[in-house]
Design a protein around this ligand. Structure first.
Ligand SMILES: *[C@@H]1O[C@H](CO)[C@@H](O)[C@H](O)[C@H]1NC(C)=O
Ligand SMILES: *[C@@H]1O[C@H](CO)[C@@H](O)[C@H](O)[C@H]1NC(C)=O
Ligand SMILES: *[C@@H]1O[C@H](CO)[C@@H](O)[C@H](O)[C@H]1NC(C)=O
Ligand SMILES: *[C@@H]1O[C@H](CO)[C@@H](O)[C@H](O)[C@H]1NC(C)=O
Ligand SMILES: *[C@@H]1O[C@H](CO)[C@@H](O)[C@H](O)[C@H]1NC(C)=O
Ligand SMILES: *[C@@H]1O[C@H](CO)[C@@H](O)[C@H](O)[C@H]1NC(C)=O
Ligand SMILES: *[C@@H]1O[C@H](CO)[C@@H](O)[C@H](O)[C@H]1NC(C)=O
Ligand SMILES: *[C@@H]1O[C@H](CO)[C@@H](O)[C@H](O)[C@H]1NC(C)=O
Ligand SMILES: *[C@@H]1O[C@H](CO)[C@@H](O)[C@H](O)[C@H]1NC(C)=O
Length: 406
């Protein structure tokens, strides 16, 4: 079979598929699966994934009273901060749309079912796929003649926005920029610009889920996360895309990649959802493998009930540092909201069981979905801080597998 024939078959197949799946979503075992949209115009703007593939998003249309409202959700998935790890990532679903599932489950904050997602179910809901390795913020390239990597997260963000504007985003009445983990961090980087793009009379707010990564010392007193981000910002050319008010006010400008330094310069109303014992930060920032060479923390990492008293003390220190970093936001941000619970978790808005279910985690008897909805619609002030571990009996304390944790 020659190349041309193969290409024709491919085109026919993709036509058939797009007809079969029109309107580009299916329900499988009561799960909503939404098809991928590749951003065809992106190449012209140099907006490509690590490997040069096209960026993508998944859009499920709003309806009824939500038809003019939009929620954009950044996908998460860690970062790559040197050439070898980015080259490796470029050959996975974290660095290339070629390897991604073409359908995404829309659940939790992305669900279209009013009994599972009471405030946002009828909005236009978009998942922005993550393939740049730097929270949608890099703008550079690596090319040494034999290896080629694109660091174009900033351009990917802009290309997706450009694609969505004529699809109705340009006339949004309400909007929420959201994301989890590395995607939660991306909301801090892009929140104020998102506001500028939308109509000035639109109500625009931002939500970070598990994206409040702290500038924390690890148990061997190293700033592991700080040096990781330092390398990331340098490698991917992020510095010029950081909040200018923050970089002007600080000597070490790369620190503005940390939400805790940039937050006070963000003017858009914010909701910060995070576990005070965020499992990613526990495993990679507080007790990274480099600081626990003998694996003394392994059992405790897998099950908080197996931690001894001094380990629990160290974990209480993490919680305290998070609350300290959020203190002036807590005190002074009149339009801000927060939900800092004490469950061992990482990302709580996208999965149904933590977002809104009968046995979901709660603070003061309020689920995360209710807290976020109350804040978004100004129904009541929502700044919830949980009592310290192990007091909260609503926690699931689900520790993701090391591979799932990124
Ligand atoms: C919405 O979710 C509820 C609770 O899980 C379920 O009983 C109902 O069938 C769902 N509705 C639709 C249209 O899927
Ligand atoms: C280019 O970089 C890759 C990855 O660091 C390396 O393996 C390769 O040898 C380099 N090629 C040249 C020509 O330096
Ligand atoms: C914003 O202004 C436009 C143009 O005047 C109008 O059509 C739209 O309804 C307004 N939106 C809101 C949320 O008030
Ligand atoms: C924000 O938008 C301005 C132009 O409006 C642009 O110059 C800047 O790079 C953008 N910053 C980010 C982080 O997107
Ligand atoms: C950021 O800096 C500009 C220019 O100096 C200033 O007008 C603006 O108020 C600052 N914004 C914040 C949130 O500090
Ligand atoms: C701490 O950081 C220094 C400087 O980056 C490094 O040389 C050292 O190996 C680190 N120690 C640990 C335990 O990670
Ligand atoms: C708890 O475990 C750590 C790590 O194994 C150990 O260094 C420490 O001595 C233990 N502390 C107590 C109070 O048992
Ligand atoms: C709150 O804001 C006021 C006025 O800007 C400032 O003086 C005060 O220190 C802030 N409080 C906290 C806890 O950051
Ligand atoms: C907690 O909220 C649920 C509804 O979400 C309600 O049925 C229950 O009575 C409340 N419990 C308390 C102690 O207020």
């Amino acid at each position: 079979m020659n190349v041309k024939m193969m290409m024709n078959i491919e085109i026919m197949l993709s036509l058939l598929l797009s007809l079969a799946f029109a309107p580009w979503c299916i329900y499988s075992q009561e799960q909503l699966l939404v098809g991928m949209t590749l951003v065809r115009n992106a190449i012209a703007y140099g907006a490509v994934c690590l490997d040069g593939s096209l960026p993508a998003y998944h859009l499920h249309r709003g309806f009824g009273a939500g038809a003019n409202n939009w929620i954009l959700q950044f996908e998460g998935g860690g970062w790559c901060n040197d050439i070898p790890s980015c080259l490796e990532r470029a050959n996975t679903r974290r660095g290339s749309t070629r390897y991604m599932n073409k359908f995404e489950v829309f659940s939790g904050i992305l669900s279209d079912n009013d009994s599972l997602n009471p405030d946002f179910y009828n909005w236009n809901r978009v998942k922005l796929r993550y393939c740049d390795g730097a929270s949608f913020s890099g703008d550079s390239k690596f090319d040494n003649g034999t290896s080629l990597l694109y660091f174009r997260g900033q351009k990917i963000w802009e290309a997706i926005i450009r694609d969505l504007l004529p699809k109705g985003l340009a006339s949004a009445r309400k909007a929420l920029l959201s994301g989890c983990s590395a995607g939660g961090l991306a909301t801090f980087l892009h929140c104020d610009n998102f506001t500028k793009i939308l109509p000035s009379n639109a109500s625009v707010k931002c939500l970070s889920d598990a994206g409040f990564f702290l500038d924390e010392q690890d148990i061997s007193l190293n700033y592991t996360m700080r040096s990781f981000y330092h390398d990331l910002v340098a490698l991917q050319g992020i510095e010029e895309n950081l909040n200018p008010n923050c970089t002007m006010s600080i000597n070490n400008q790369k620190l503005c990649f940390f939400p805790q330094y940039a937050l006070k310069y963000i003017t858009t109303p914010y909701f910060i959802l995070n576990s005070a014992y965020d499992v990613f930060q526990f495993h990679h920032s507080l007790v990274p493998p480099s600081a626990d060479l003998h694996g003394r923390w392994n059992r405790c990492k897998l099950n908080p009930a197996a931690c001894n008293a001094s380990q629990i003390n160290v974990l209480q220190g993490l919680r305290q540092d998070m609350l300290t970093a959020l203190y002036s936001f807590y005190k002074n941000s009149s339009r801000g909201g927060m939900f800092i619970n004490s469950c061992f978790a990482h990302c709580q808005s996208e999965s149904q069981d933590t977002w809104f279910a009968v046995d979901s985690p709660r603070i003061h008897n309020k689920t995360i979905a209710e807290a976020v909805g109350d804040w978004y619609f100004s129904r009541r002030v929502t700044k919830e801080i949980d009592c310290p571990y192990p007091c909260d009996t609503t926690c699931h304390n689900l520790i993701p597998s090391p591979q799932g944790l990124r």
